[in-house]
Design a protein around this ligand. Structure first.
Ligand SMILES: Nc1ncnc2c1ncn2[C@@H]1O[C@H](COP(=O)(O)OP(=O)(O)OP(=O)(O)O)[C@@H](O)[C@H]1O
Ligand SMILES: O=P(O)(O)OC[C@H]1O[C@H](OP(=O)(O)OP(=O)(O)O)[C@H](O)[C@@H]1O
Ligand SMILES: [Mg+2]
Length: 293
């Protein structure tokens, strides 16, 4: 694939755990695409942008080489593919595709940390990350690459331990394995090419990254409104998660109370509302935020 002429390219996973969330983010950033016969490429109709749909393993290379300007990929895949050459640059974490690369073994082992795997065999699809981790821990082990079904290796006596992605833990449990130490924490990230786009596309690239940042910032954020006694304002601001400086407005005919509006950057739980009520807040409303910049 040659470098795009007159169009930006965003590399996304074609199918799998990141595919739908990647398209949701791109849609929320205001891009509309048409699904044609070309499975590899979706053409965006309202901007000069193409979405390149590939295996997630190929995304860091496409972006590092400048074939694509942006990409959405798991940090685990990015980290595994790191080498001495030019690398894609992480623009921001995206808050989805969260998982942890963990060591796991059968339960019978007296686990004393990664040292328990000294001289043993460990099966993984992430040999580079694992080798770097083991070197850091001073553990010498035989790392064997398995491209899939890593979790069967201990039962098949192929390896003493595995190093695999875990999210709910259901896969480990189903295979009778116990999660041990954490090797790497991951989530999806937006990555950017070290090669700048054609000059006339530079502003569009900046605008797309800024919109995506706005989408991510607003996804967990809430607009909170309430009436509050003036005397409780300090308590209320301390209770509101990530509220910054709220707006305080007078209430008609009430000198002792105000209306308070705040954008909360973190989730607002029922427990938070209960605490607000307990210090005197009333008429509390929590509203979703559609866009934020
Ligand atoms: N159980 C999980 N929960 C949350 N995120 C996960 C989980 N497993 C993997 N991920 C994240 O999603 C990414 C894609 O996972 P997926 O299983 O779809 O990859 P794949 O099988 O390698 O797909 P591809 O066909 O594109 O190579 C992983 O690299 C990781 O960042
Ligand atoms: O802790 P859990 O919630 O069980 O998730 C962990 C599993 O998820 C991933 O596989 P996935 O289901 O994406 O299938 P794959 O191995 O075929 O890619 C990963 O490779 C683990 O096997
Ligand atoms: Mg893959």
């Amino acid at each position: 694939m040659s470098t795009a002429q007159g169009r930006l390219r965003i590399a996304i996973q074609k199918s799998g755990r990141l595919a739908d969330r990647s398209l949701d983010l791109i849609r929320d950033a205001g891009l509309k695409w048409v699904k044609g016969h070309n499975e590899l490429l979706y053409r965006v109709e309202n901007y000069p942008i193409d979405l390149i749909r590939v295996r997630d393993d190929d995304i860091p290379t496409f972006v590092a080489d400048g074939v694509c300007d942006l990409g959405i990929v798991g940090e685990n895949v990015l980290e595994e593919g790191r080498n001495g050459g030019p690398n894609a640059e992480v623009v921001m974490p995206l808050g989805f595709g969260r998982c942890t690369l963990k060591l796991a073994t059968l339960p019978g082992i007296d686990w004393q940390g990664p040292q328990s795997l000294q001289g043993q065999r460990i099966a993984t699809s992430y040999p580079n990350i694992l080798k770097r981790y083991l070197a850091g821990e001073g553990v010498k082990a035989d790392v064997v690459l398995m491209r899939g079904a890593v979790e069967v290796a201990p039962r098949m006596k192929l390896a003493t331990g595995i190093c695999d992605l875990v999210s709910t833990g259901a896969t480990l449990e189903a295979n009778g394995l116990v999660a041990r130490d954490t090797v790497f924490e991951s989530q999806a990230v937006l990555i950017k090419s070290p090669t700048p786009p054609e000059a006339e596309l530079a502003d569009l690239l900046d605008s797309i990254m800024e919109r995506m940042s706005g989408v991510i910032a607003s996804s967990g954020a809430k607009y909170v409104m309430m009436n509050a006694p003036r005397s409780a304002l300090d308590d209320i601001i301390a209770i509101l998660p990530g509220a910054g400086s709220p707006t305080i407005m007078p209430l008609a005919g009430r000198d002792d109370a105000v209306a308070l509006h705040a954008v909360c950057q973190e989730a607002v739980f029922w427990e938070t509302l209960e605490k607000l009520k307990a210090v005197g807040a009333s008429a509390i409303l929590v509203l979703p935020i559609e866009k934020m910049m």
